[in-house]
Design a protein around this ligand. Structure first.
Ligand code: NAD
Length: 227
């Protein structure tokens, strides 16, 4: 991994998309692909693809293209997908259950090893074979099981306290769905998913394009009046 240290964040952000497309190509039985073909498929320029993939010592060969499986495996290694991660879900409500019920995370190596809640009504239930445990069992669970990632799906009023407790137990990565910033030490990774912020970007772009359509329409009307 040392040789990949200097890859820019912009490239790292694009890697999951390469990984997904290459996975689809493997499923289709494609063994090799040129940067031009990959470019059409992914709707990015071929030079961007060559530049991105050159970061890893250039898997492409002149006149041959990229070996799809090799590239897929290498990108998988860079993304750390060549190992398993033990993930706990804190909060077995709507979102926590949806995540627990989604089987594809497990296929990528994210194994849900524990689900926790404070609500007596859901404690003891089982979601895809994983029991919902009482939060009072968290410390014991953490001393017997490694927790690589914690998904935080509790109300925002509880999220900071829950994260603090998990940090004390040595958890180094959070997948945070609560609409609140977690105060964690620098060496702890937080990936926040704020679904309503995504929706606000959609509403911004929708209203922007409606404004533009309105302006074009208004412009035509004005032009029409002049004639
Ligand atoms: P929910 O109310 O259905 O579930 C929250 C669960 O957390 C409940 O089961 C509750 O008992 C549990 N809980 C409360 N305090 C706890 C604590 N201290 N420790 C452990 N468990 C605790 O809520 P939801 O809809 O699943 O949303 C969860 C979080 O995700 C919220 O912060 C919400 O804002 C955010 N979110 C949800 C959605 C969504 O579509 N459901 C969308 C965007 C963001």
């Amino acid at each position: 991994m040392g040789e990949h240290r200097n890859i820019s964040n912009a490239v790292i952000k694009r890697l999951p998309r390469y990984y997904r497309h290459l996975g689809e190509l493997i499923e289709m039985g494609t063994e090799r692909i040129s940067s031009g073909e990959l470019s059409k498929r992914m709707n990015v320029t071929a030079s961007q693809i060559r530049q991105d993939l050159n970061n890893f010592g250039g898997f492409g060969q002149q006149g041959y293209g990229y070996n799809v499986k090799f590239l897929y495996d290498e990108i998988g290694k860079i993304l750390g997908l060549d190992r398993e991660y033990q993930m706990v879900i804190i909060g077995a409500g709507n979102l926590g259950r949806a995540i627990a019920n989604y089987t594809n995370f497990e296929k990528s190596g994210f194994v849900i090893s524990g689900i926790f809640d404070i609500n007596p009504e859901c404690i003891g239930q089982s979601i895809r074979g994983v029991p919902v445990r009482n939060m009072t069992e968290l410390e014991t669970f953490a001393s017997n099981n490694k927790i690589d990632i914690a998904a935080i799906t509790v109300p925002k009023s509880a999220a900071v306290e829950v994260a603090d407790r998990l940090v004390k137990l040595g958890v180094k990565a959070f997948w945070n769905f609560a609409h609140v910033d977690l105060n964690v030490p620098e060496d702890v990774i937080v990936e926040s998913v704020h679904l309503s912020e995504n929706l606000m970007r959609i509403s911004y772009n929708l209203s922007k394009s409606e404004d533009e359509r309105g302006r074009r329409h208004y412009g035509k009307e004005k032009a029409g009046k002049r004639i």
